[in-house]
Design a protein around this ligand. Structure first.
Ligand SMILES: Cc1ncc(COP(=O)(O)O)c(C=O)c1O
Length: 466
């Protein structure tokens, strides 16, 4: 099929930050109304993007979400076909589709797309010991209610841990335990929205999961470009929005560190605009070439909401994170958490407090740094061998690499073809609003060096043939 007549689409009046959601819902409606049949080939992403006057990444992302819902399927030849019609009700009014990691989990694929740490290294014995200590000593507290803000023991341990490791100075009273970074973002979004602050600037390219959560709650997202120095603050200032989500210690996905001049400019913007910087400090425990830069929060705690989680250190399934917000937001955030679900499960919070207290978490992190650094080195070597024209971006940190590909490569197609070869990899274009060079994000945390090398060799073969 060529052209998009069957979709009857018009981009008029759709703000940039909402175009993916808009396109998804338009395609769903076209399918539900029977304007397009199962087996129909969807227009190529580039053609549809041109026709609609949107970034190609917008179409790629919309197709990806529809594929996750089972409505579209990637073809062997790299195209996309309609595979089902949505059920008449519920699918459009129900919750957002599940997170990409879960929805995309296909056991037969070698998955280098999800930024998960090496879960086989989870400190099982130490965790079980900690739970045992808690259960035998807490007099039942671990099984009862705790403050919605989080258990006091955990907030006390986090207070000294954050000061030591990240330069975040916050008393236990000012720390909120959350359901990961995601939980912190949705609390912030709801409180900001209540105050009439409905838009948020996000990095472009940026973390797609965070964007989807904010897109769910907020009225609009405003993409702001990222360059070699991180977020382009001058462009942020031009957007008129008063809130920005950023990853200053290790930008996702480019891997660059926000430069000192940009850090100062960002905080100056926040003061002048009376704005808020949401600092996503998601993987700052892993810096392999030097000590990690300190958190932005330390430079202006009343302008920065600091968020992070255990997802890159112990495992995302624990759903434990934390938020330290400016004083004027704190009470409302705690209240929003209380009104949502009375807070996070207590036993894991107390077990984590015990791991922090005993030093077991710090020991675990030392092991993980060595292991992940070896995996990163192996991935970088494999890129040099199998993708000689590609460039690895960013500093030696975290658990992912951005690999920029030669300009003629279509990264979305490459990812689709890689899937047929048994490799799941995320194209850079799916993380962008504006067009830019092609690339793939290689998440190396869960794979031993040999497996990483074989996945990258497959990508190398596909690029050679493209
Ligand atoms: C940039 C970024 N922030 C945060 C997270 C973690 O989110 P959560 O703590 O909700 O698991 C991820 C996970 O992949 C991420 O890529």
């Amino acid at each position: 099929m060529s052209g998009t007549n069957f979709l009857q689409l018009h981009t008029r009046d759709v703000p940039r930050g909402r175009r993916v959601a808009w396109l998804v819902s338009q395609v769903r409606t076209a399918l539900r109304e029977g304007r397009v049949e199962t087996g129909t080939r969807m227009p190529p992403t580039r053609a549809l993007a041109e026709e609609l006057g949107v970034a190609r990444g917008t179409v790629v992302e919309a197709y990806r979400r529809l594929t996750e819902e089972g409505l579209l399927t990637a073809n062997r030849g790299g195209g996309t076909v309609v595979s089902a019609s949505p059920a008449p009700a519920a699918t459009t009014t129900g919750p957002i589709s599940p997170n990409p990691g879960e929805a995309g989990a296909e056991p037969d694929l070698l998955d280098i797309s999800t930024g998960t740490p090496d879960l086989s290294a989870f400190p099982r014995a130490a965790w079980l010991r900690a739970e045992n200590t808690v259960l035998s000593g807490s007099g039942g507290r671990a099984l009862s209610y705790a403050p919605a803000q989080g258990s006091y023991e955990l907030r006390t341990e986090l207070s000294s841990w954050l000061a030591r490791s990240r330069g975040v100075l916050a008393s236990p009273e000012r720390i909120i335990v959350t359901g990961g970074v995601t939980g912190a973002l949705s609390l912030l979004a709801r409180v900001l929205l209540d105050r009439g602050l409905g838009t948020v600037a996000v990095e472009d390219p940026g973390a797609e999961g965070n964007r989807r959560i904010l897109d769910h709650w907020m009225a609009g997202l405003v993409p702001v470009p990222v360059d070699r120095e991180g977020l382009v603050v001058a462009e942020l200032a031009a957007t008129g929005t008063a809130t920005v989500l950023t990853t200053p210690a290790h930008q996702f996905p480019t891997g660059v560190v926000l430069s000192p001049a940009r850090r100062r400019a960002l905080l100056a913007w926040a003061r002048e605009r009376n704005g808020l910087v949401i600092e996503d400090d998601y993987d700052s425990e892993y810096r392999y070439d030097r000590r990690p830069v300190r958190a932005l929060h330390g430079m202006d705690p009343e302008r920065v909401a600091h968020v992070s989680s255990l997802s890159k250190t112990l495992g995302p399934g624990l759903r434990i994170g934390w938020l330290v917000a400016p004083a004027h937001l704190h009470e409302d955030l705690v209240r929003a958490r209380w009104a949502t679900d009375l807070g996070s499960p207590v036993l894991p919070q107390l077990a984590l407090a015990e791991l922090l207290r005993s030093g077991a978490l710090e020991r675990h992190l030392r092991t993980m740094r060595t292991r992940h650094r070896r995996r990163r080195d192996a991935a970088v070597r494999a890129v040099a061998e199998h993708l000689p024209d590609a460039v690895v971006e960013g500093v030696a940190a975290g658990i992912h690499l951005l690999v920029l590909l030669p300009g003629h490569v279509d990264d979305a197609e490459l990812a689709a073809r890689a899937r047929h070869e048994g490799i799941r990899v995320e194209p850079l274009s799916s993380m962008r609003a504006a067009p830019g060079p092609p690339g793939v994000v290689v998440s190396y945390g869960t794979h031993p060096p040999a497996r990483l090398a074989s996945a990258i060799a497959v990508l190398g073969g596909l690029v050679k043939r493209s």
